[in-house]
Design a protein around this ligand. Structure first.
Ligand SMILES: [Zn+2]
Ligand SMILES: [Zn+2]
Length: 272
């Protein structure tokens, strides 16, 4: 990475529940966690199970004193990695969670997930993880400028457009298309982005049987990318039942060979 770039590392792009095993080793089985890097600084989106491996890497490299984490929403697949984030548990890194949803909603979810009898360690309590309201955008985090966009998802969720080093990256998870006002605002938010991550676990036919579940289809990902002039799109939040063979087949059908749209993989690193 050079100072004049924005990089993305995918630590977890599976949806709903981790899906480890030989059949998913290629695309990975960890849930939502993305790391952005620019000018020697990191910004993290979501605390899914992929956050554990990010933490292990930071411990090897020397963890930062402080880390800002943008939370899309407090569903457990987006929170289960926080209690296993080694720099927090070793008390080496002060983690702050930022949300555009009501702060109490996130605090309540954290407090319930990380307290007995569900888990012996309390967050907050044993570990301080302040939850802060994301300032109305664009909000500055070091070299990053963050704008939030509301998404259509049970309980609410937030998408982010993040700009740094003259590049732009949008993380849109979890979201179901079909609410006209939200879709119009989303299209404006992702317009012209260099890279968009978009939640789509299903084919168009599978989606028809899952209306109202809060997720989208591959077809909608392609449609939005084209309509909004997004340069490159990676589909995320893969269904836990989907194997590497399934995802490779679907990727080939979407024409991923051209590099414009494809499926994210855990461990992937992209420099914009
Ligand atoms: Zn999710
Ligand atoms: Zn969700």
């Amino acid at each position: 990475m050079t100072d004049a770039s924005l990089s993305l590392t995918v630590w977890g792009c599976r949806g709903s529940i981790p899906a480890p095993g030989a059949a998913t080793a290629g695309f990975g089985g960890d849930t939502s966690c993305y790391e952005l890097s620019a000018a020697g600084r990191s910004l993290v989106v979501d605390c899914g199970s992929g956050m554990r491996e990010l933490g292990d890497r930071l411990m090897r490299e020397g963890p930062p004193d402080a880390l800002d984490v943008l939370l899309t929403h407090p569903h457990f697949d987006h929170l289960i990695g926080l209690g296993f984030f080694a720099p927090l548990i070793a008390r080496r890194t002060a983690v702050t969670l930022w949300t555009a949803l009501p702060v109490e909603q996130v605090e309540d979810a954290l407090g319930r997930l990380y307290s007995p009898p569900l888990w012996p360690v309390r967050i907050p309590g044993d570990y301080a993880v302040p939850v802060r309201a994301l300032p109305a955008g664009p909000a500055g985090f070091g070299p990053f400028l963050v704008s939030a966009v509301p998404l259509n998802h049970p309980g609410g969720a937030t998408g982010f457009r993040i700009e740094a080093a003259g590049r732009s990256l949008c993380i849109i998870t979890d979201h179901e298309h079909g609410a006209p006002e939200i879709d119009a605002r989303l299209a404006r938010a992702v317009a012209g982005a260099d890279l968009m991550l978009y939640d789509a676990p299903w084919s168009a036919e599978e989606y028809r049987r899952r209306v109202g579940w809060g997720h989208s289809s591959w077809r909608e990902a392609c449609g939005l990318a084209v309509a909004a002039g997004v340069a490159r799109t990676l589909i995320v939040h893969h269904s836990p039942t989907r194997t590497d063979a399934d995802l490779s087949r679907a990727e080939a059908e979407l024409g991923a060979g051209r590099g414009r749209i494809g499926f994210a993989r855990d461990g992937m690193r992209i420099t914009l």
